[in-house]
Design a protein around this ligand. Structure first.
Ligand code: HEM
Ligand code: PLO
Length: 492
């Protein structure tokens, strides 16, 4: 190979015309799979052009950690794209907002607000368990009359209500028209935003009629109306003395910056304008709903494919908790097999297979490769989680890989595992998501055994690529477990 004297150019894919078609929606493979394939020809880290932008694709964990951790601050930028600008009013949110004082400030406020509800306090546990309870009741009612259920809407409502409590101190009941509208617009956004679609690569294409862009704008307008309504309501009965939720926490920060106006803080530059507040709470609401719901759908799909795994979790639940009480957060330590299963779901079907693109804020390097300021860096988490050098039969669903040789202690067998990212752009909702996944799955499996409904085929495990990797729709049969049939009538 080449001798490495100082930084060199990364291997580079043939230029523009090819790449345009490569990343377009017509490509037979989703981009994370395609990028993993391209490694064979170009090596683990390579460069391509998306329109006029330099993009480096990283398919291996050492380089991924250099970008996210060791040089995390240098690579903390985010690109501006047509679709994310529409969603976030030109990057006035956390996830798609570029590195800035406003971004740092908002992360800090949200982090603080999430901690307030966080692991230590009982309130978040109470909220999740109330939703889990109501979910189990709805499922058992439906299961009594219908052998083939679509769990997705109920899972989504449960997860939405948790994040609704956190953000807005509110919740939705079944059939609430606002909830139905939310389901609809959110799917429209997931289908159209940040997919490296042609308009994001060639922004001048915006001037032509574009169905995706029209759908996105329509869905964002409906979302914004909903956010604005919550915002107005909160402003009306805001008080400095009570902090009910995240929106109150943001409003308090805004008020206190405005009151200290004599100092050098002004609302616009620190990012405390109405737009910033709305976009931040929109981020947490959107992330809170779409990510956790997606993982639950994947988990149920894999459990249906692997009844043995399901039985082992239920055995663990029966021996460690029994049938007299529901699971709680303090049981997490005694249910390692369930935890291992959750880890395996997050490995085999990462929610964000390409994370969110990062941008180099100055000239730098990755390994031996030179990286120019402004270069976009895509970490291909799909490659990390399916690396044959790191995982035995990576396409095999096997929770045991996360257990030690005795099968009782949890481990992470490879450092090629970053479901939530890492470093200064690490997921803000990791702790919340893990609590929800644990409680919802343990409640469901304590109450029901899930299987394929008669005359249906197994759920597809393929996934539909978008800003999150979603499973396609499927139906399940939920059979109440013996010990819980009696309890049901008392609690529902
Ligand atoms: C960012 C994963 C749940 C809020 C991210 C990133 C990943 C991720 C991979 C991108 C990291 C990067 O670009 O380097 C997940 C997974 C989840 C989950 C697997 C569920 C299992 C949540 C929840 C919330 C949330 C529940 C909200 C409460 C965010 C935010 C960011 C983010 C705000 C942007 C951080 C930034 O750019 O500074 N998440 N997430 N996530 N996540 Fe999550
Ligand atoms: C999901 C659809 C919502 O309507 C808007 C929204 C806001 C924040 C996004 C989220 C969507 C998708 C998942 C994202 C999240 C921010 C962080 C998270 C991208 C588009 C991940 C997994 O990185």
């Amino acid at each position: 190979g080449k001798s490495s004297h100082g930084p060199q150019e990364p291997p580079r894919l043939p230029a523009l015309p090819l790449i345009g078609s490569l990343l377009s929606l017509q490509s037979p493979c989703p981009p994370h799979v395609l990028f993993k394939e391209l490694q064979k020809k170009y090596g683990e880290t390579f460069l391509l052009m998306m329109g006029s932008h330099r993009v480096i694709i990283v398919n291996q964990h050492a380089h991924a950690k250099e970008v996210l951790l060791k040089k995390g601050k240098i690579f903390a930028g985010r690109p501006r794209t047509v679709t994310t600008d529409i969603l976030t009013r030109d990057g006035k949110d956390i996830a798609f907002g570029d590195y800035s004082a406003a971004w740092r400030f908002h992360r800090k406020i949200v982090h603080g607000a999430l901690c307030m509800f966080g692991e230590g306090s009982a309130s978040i546990e109470r909220i999740i368990c109330a939703e889990a309870q109501s979910l189990c009741c709805t499922v058992s009612e439906a299961a009594a009359v219908d052998l083939a259920l679509d769990l997705a809407p109920e899972l989504t409502r449960a997860v939405t209500n948790v994040v609704c409590s956190l953000c807005f101190n509110s919740s939705y009941s079944r059939g609430d028209p606002e909830f139905e509208a939310m389901l609809h617009y959110s799917q429209g956004i997931v289908d159209t935003v940040a997919k490296d679609s042609l308009v994001d690569i060639f922004p001048w294409l915006q001037v032509f009629p574009n169905a995706d862009l029209r759908l996105l704008k329509h869905c964002v307008a409906i979302r914004d109306q909903l956010l604005q309504k919550k915002y107005d309501e909160h402003k009306e009965d805001y008080s400095d003395h009570v902090q009910r939720d995240l929106l109150d926490a943001l409003l308090r920060a805004k008020r206190s910056a405005e009151n200290n106006n004599t100092a050098d803080i002004d609302a616009e530059s620190v990012g405390l304008s109405d737009d910033h507040l709305l976009m931040t709470v929109g981020d947490i609401f959107g992330a809170g709903v779409e990510t956790t719901t997606t993982v639950l759908k994947w988990a149920v799909a894999y459990l249906i494919h692997h009844p043995d795994v399901q039985r082992r979790i239920q055995h663990e639940l029966d021996t460690k908790i029994g049938a007299d009480r529901p699971p709680r957060l303090s049981d997490r330590g005694s249910l390692p097999y369930l935890e291992a299963t959750i880890r395996e779901v997050l490995r085999i079907r990462p929610v964000a297979p390409l994370l969110i693109p990062h941008v180099a804020l100055s000239d730098t390097s990755i390994g031996v490769f030179r990286v120019k300021k402004g270069t976009r860096v895509i970490i291909n988490l799909w490659s990390l989680h399916h690396d044959e050098k790191e995982w035995n039969s990576p396409e095999l669903f096997d929770p045991d890989r996360f257990l030690d040789s005795e099968g009782t202690g949890l481990t992470i067998p490879s450092s090629s595992y970053l479901p939530f990212g890492t470093g200064i752009r690490v997921c803000l909702g990791e702790a919340l998501a893990k609590m929800e996944l644990f409680l919802f799955l343990s409640w469901i499996l304590q109450h029901f055994t899930l299987s394929v409904p008669p005359d249906h085929s197994l759920p597809s495990l393929e996934g539909k690529f978008g800003v999150v990797l979603q499973p396609t729709k499927y139906k399940v049969k939920a059979t109440p477990r013996p010990g819980w049939q009696r309890a049901k009538s008392q609690t529902c």
